[in-house]
Design a protein. Structure first.
Lengths: 396, 146
């Protein structure tokens, strides 16, 4: 690993435009239509024309391919096509790939998008069982699904239970995370849970899904799309709106990531430490920043427990202290590290990490519906179970 | 747990030895023949020493409870809720964990002794399952105790 990897890309690219569709349970239109809408919005926000786009980067789980968007948008000069994943590990990595394409001269204005009908179309988090036999071919599902271990939520429940065993974390402490996200969503008109406040009693009384995780520990299956335009920091100065400078990007994972689709992560030496523990080291080093320098964070929240673990793995508190830290109010507006200011996956919508990038840009632009005063730096993470990614944005 | 129960692929190149042992009512994990590293999830190549020589090593069938979850939201018709998924750390090789299912909501605590038993679920499929080990007073763990 190069010690000087920081200076090679630090501050040299920026997000000049953002776009998003509405978030809903039933969009009534195709994944491609959602992708087109979000892309056009991002291109317009960046002050560009469609023809200016010469790079496209997609998530590996997206139903929309690069050629779909090239054709649909009538692009003629796309010379860079990229892909990253798996799934929610993609968004920051996709932006990083755009940075690499730009700095290596392969593209100038790169469209990064994620589109899914995650509620009305293919729903994630369901049983992997399709036929009479399950697993094989490197999935390792055969070592888990026949016992009834079938969903990511059950994996995260095991992790949450283990955190409670090791550190005494309580349900009330964990519940502070969905409550914080919900309070931010209540101020964000675009959030799916905008009109639905949530109290601690309601959180605790909600039905169990997989103990100790309750209904509101789970994210919202969502139809929608988000897109951003990445360009050089120099070019971004011509954009009509303030850009978000990409301070640094990073990907990484644990030394024992474990093979397969998902369940083998339960074999990791510790299931209460996430890949963020590695990504954070790389990203902070590349950015020349530390946790104390981060003003606001968009933390990947497919479930509440992933936020609690990341608060520790990103160094906002010590290992094991995520529960008391959340309970202290540190993650709320006015706290030391406000999180998920759009409402997050738990209460805004689950665009597989991509809406976190969009909200991160809003924060350093100063246009969030839950604006953190004088926010100069925003951490955005795309990291739960698999090797993942993250980036730090700063105001231009 | 019902007849629609999903059955594992038992002839995968990397994992078939686990199910072959279970059919003999043995618990076995894959290990490196050269350096003794535990290769779990099962795999043909040892990342520790680079050997391709592996063996399916019988283990004791005793372990301790590492984590668990009571599944309350049903996701598959073969698994009526509530049931409890247990993650058991093997006594012989704590770096290897195996999953088991216990009906209902048994009283469990982290680190408690667990023991394997073998459940036939099809002609060619036997699953190693886990239940609380008998206490010192001889009380047996019952997999169906709720």
């Amino acid at each position: 690993m190069a010690d000087d990897d920081a200076i090679n890309h630090r501050d040299r690219c920026a997000i000049s435009g953002i776009g998003a569709t509405d978030f809903s349970r039933s969009s009534g239109r195709s994944d491609l239509t959602l992708a087109i809408e979000a892309s056009l919005a991002a291109i317009d926000d960046a002050g560009l024309q469609r023809a200016d786009i010469d790079g496209i980067i997609r998530c590996d789980m997206d139903n929309v391919r690069g050629n779909d968007l090239i054709h649909a948008l009538g692009l003629r000069d796309v010379t860079y096509l990229g892909e990253n994943g798996p799934g929610g590990a993609a968004p920051a990595a996709m932006v990083g790939q755009a940075v690499a394409a730009i700095l290596s001269g392969q593209a100038t204005n790169v469209l990064v998008f994620r589109s899914l009908n995650g509620r009305s179309g293919v729903r994630y988090g369901q049983s992997p069982v399709e036929g009479a036999r399950v697993g094989g071919s490197g999935t390792y599902d055969e070592m888990f699904a026949p016992w009834g271990l079938m969903t990511p939520g059950q994996i995260f429940a095991m992790m949450a239970r283990r955190h409670m065993v090791e550190f005494g974390t309580t349900a009330e402490q964990l519940g502070r995370i969905p409550l914080a996200c919900r309070a931010r969503a209540n101020a964000n008109p675009a959030a799916q849970m905008h009109d639905r406040p949530l109290t601690m009693d309601e959180y605790l009384d909600a039905r169990m899904i997989s103990e100790p995780l309750r209904l509101f520990d789970f994210c919202l299956e969502t139809d929608g799309a988000c897109a951003v335009i990445v360009t050089s920091t120099e070019r971004a100065q011509d954009a009509p709106r303030p850009s978000a400078v990409i301070r640094a990007v990073a990907q990484g994972g644990l030394a024992d990531p474990q093979p397969g689709i998902q369940f083998p992560v339960l074999m990791r030496e510790s299931i209460t430490t996430t890949p963020a523990s590695v990504v954070s080291e790389v990203l902070y080093r590349r950015a020349g920043l530390g946790p104390a320098d981060i003003d606001v964070a968009q933390l990947y929240d497919c479930l509440s427990i992933t936020v609690l673990l990341q608060l520790e793995d990103w160094g906002f508190c010590k290992k094991g202290e995520g529960g008391p830290f959340a309970e202290s109010g540190a993650i709320d507006l006015g706290g030391s590290i406000p999180i998920n200011t759009g409402g997050g996956h738990l209460s805004e919508g689950y665009i597989h990490g991509m809406n976190h990038i969009v909200e991160g840009v809003r924060q350093v632009r100063g246009t969030s519906s839950n604006q953190v005063p004088c926010a100069e730096t925003c951490l955005v993470t795309s990291t739960a179970l698999p090797p993942g990614s993250a980036l730090i944005l700063r105001g231009a | 747990m019902g007849t629609l129960r999903p059955l594992p692929v038992v002839d995968d190149h990397d994992t078939e030895g686990f199910f072959a042992a279970a059919r003999r009512h043995e618990l076995a994990i894959r290990m490196c023949s050269a350096c003794g590293a535990v290769l779990h999830m099962p795999v043909a190549y040892c990342r520790q020493c680079g050997s391709w020589e592996t063996t399916w090593q019988p283990v004791s069938g005793r372990g301790s409870l590492y984590s668990w979850t009571v599944v309350a939201h049903q996701v598959h018709p073969a698994f009526p809720v509530p049931y409890t998924l247990v993650l058991v750390e093997l006594e012989d090789h704590p770096e290897a964990r195996l999953v088991g299912a216990i009906g209902g909501r048994p009283a469990l605590r982290a680190g408690q002794p667990m023991e394997v038993w073998f459940e036939s679920v099809a002609d060619d499929v036997v699953l190693p399952q886990w239940r609380p080990a008998p206490d010192e007073d001889g009380t047996a763990g019952d997999p169906h105790d709720t």
